[in-house]
Design a protein. Sequence first.
Length: 119
Amino acid sequence: VQLQACGGGLVQAGGSLRLSCVASGGAFSSYHMVWFRQAPGKEREFVAAINSGGATTDYADSMKGRFTISRDNAKNTVYLQMNSLKPEDTADYYCAAGRVWLAINYDYWGQGTQVTVSS
């Protein structure tokens, strides 16, 4: 499975962005999908997850109420809608796919898409 993330960019604090991650080459609907992020000089951080069918989601506490993860299995795409962005949300955002819900390790990773939030 190849994952291609896009949608990052520069946005002012309080603004919104929607990230997309398109999968190819595999059975997308059989994978749980996760977004992680990594800020410069910091460790990778869990952002949000959605199960293979799209009915169950999970979020890091700091993202609850601001970020929404969703997926369209017909389009092999997972989304991350980010609202009320803060400068501390600045990071490279990565999507990942796995068969184990909220696993530590994931089978496939996309390249990062950079999000910069200016104050």
